[in-house]
Design a protein around this ligand. Structure first.
Ligand code: CO8
Length: 373
């Protein structure tokens, strides 16, 4: 069995950002139009009036101030309220492939590796562009990597599940190094006309190089001390979009074919599960919670992260201990915890311990214990 390190990380951030104020203005314009157009039906009680959204509520309830997006104009157009991302020919790289390649190149550079050093590509994310061929194989070709690639989807936890899968391949000698990429265009499947969730997501892509410790040369290495995963079925975060939709015409275009959640229930149920999993994982590895210098947590909701770390540490965490990126990125699904890891790692001293943790739909939870080399 080979020892494994994460030797490089990369991040692609879209050029445009939408503030809460801009998003709410677009939503409220749509809500006013909807109410005016349907005034009689609303009056008769046949339709429910749309209630206005509020930037102050969004920041207070979630900690989110803005989000990066692949298409700002389409999302903010009250007549459209979804990104406009034109179809491409089969001979052009897909948009998710372009994001993946940008993040991967930075990860390879930080790892001091080239395509020739990588033996596998795992694309791990919530929203894949098509049924087949696998996006990972397209990314593999775009980067000129030999070996194999495959896609996997465990919603927001895809990154940590991808890292564990990559670690297994490297430990077993099936690959010298594996590139794990998390491209997320969450705005593609977000219902911007749903007041409860229209503010939650943004777009981004992250990449991680997982490689054999004895081959790693970079200045950005972390030993993968241990990984631990957990899933438990729940309908509280669900999206019924899928390949059988065309076989049931009655459901096409219905709101359940986009992201839907019971946010309160998710908050209540997931926080204790995450704290328990991380606590048990640290205990199994004879590590005191107080010895952990940094928690790179999934970035969905600021209060959620505060609660999880409070349960673990028995006190409030500082921003150095549990860094926040959701204020400017919002929830980027699988990319979130890796954005936090990528952005807040270089200041840690040799030997410092950290936990990378994701949580989301499934429910799915992942914990990766890392030690700075
Ligand atoms: N503006 C003003 N008021 C609002 C708004 C709004 N936009 N939305 C709701 N309200 C009102 C409600 O009507 C309610 O009013 P009242 O009390 O009068 O009934 C009040 O505000 C409180 O509403 P909530 O109870 O819904 O508010 P919460 O405090 O629970 O906050 C959150 C809502 C922020 C959504 C919170 O519940 C949360 O963050 N929960 C956790 C969610 C989470 O972590 N989900 C993970 C999902 S991500 C995942 O797994 C990946 C999926 C794959 C990606 C898909 C890409 C699209």
């Amino acid at each position: 069995m080979h020892n494994v390190v994460i030797s490089g990380t990369g991040l692609y951030t879209p050029a445009n950002s939408i503030s809460n104020e801009e998003l709410v203005q677009s939503y409220n314009t749509w809500a006013q139009q909807f109410n005016a157009e349907n005034a009689e039906a609303i009056e008769r009680g046949e339709l429910q009036a749309a209630t206005e959204s509020s930037a102050a509520f969004i920041e207070k309830a979630s900690g989110i101030k803005s989000r990066f997006v692949m298409d700002k104009a389409g999302i903010l157009d009250p007549q459209r309220m979804k990104p406009r991302l034109p179809e491409r020919s089969n001979d052009e790289p897909s948009i998710l492939c372009e994001m993946a390649v940008a993040a991967a190149k930075q990860a390879l550079e930080r790892a001091g590796k080239t395509a020739a050093d990588i033996d596998a590509v795992i694309v791990a994310c919530s929203n894949l562009p098509r049924a087949y061929p696998a996006l990972a194989v397209e990314v593999q070709q775009a980067l000129g990597i030999q070996g194999f690639g495959f896609d996997m989807n465990v919603a927001c936890s895809s990154a940590t599940f991808g890292i564990q899968t990559a670690c297994n391949s490297v430990q077993l000698g099936q690959a010298r190094a594996v590139l794990v990429v998390d491209p997320e265009i969450c705005t593609g499947h977000l219902n911007f006309r749903d007041r409860d969730s229209h503010f939650i997501f943004g777009d981004a892509c992250t990449a991680v190089v997982v490689e054999r410790a004895d081959l790693a040369t970079s200045k950005h290495q972390f030993d993968v001390v241990s990984t631990k995963l957990l899933t438990q079925f729940s309908n509280n975060i669900r999206n019924n979009f899928g390949f059988l939709n065309r076989a049931a015409e009655e459901g096409i275009g219905q709101p359940d074919k986009l992201f839907v959640q019971e946010g309160r229930k998710v908050f209540r149920e997931v926080c204790p599960m995450v704290a328990e999993l991380i606590g048990a994982h640290l205990a199994e590895n004879d590590i005191q919670v107080s010895d952990v210098k940094r928690f790179w947590l999934h970035q969905a909701n600021l209060s959620m992260n505060h609660l999880i770390v409070r349960k673990l540490l028995g006190r409030e965490a500082s921003v150095q201990e549990a860094p926040v990126i959701l204020d400017t990125y919002a929830n980027t699904s699988s990319a979130g915890s890796v954005i936090a890891f990528h952005t807040y790692q270089d200041d840690l001293p040799k030997g410092a311990l950290g936990v990378l943790s994701s949580f989301g739909a499934g429910y799915s939870i992942g914990s990766v214990i890392l030690r700075k080399r």
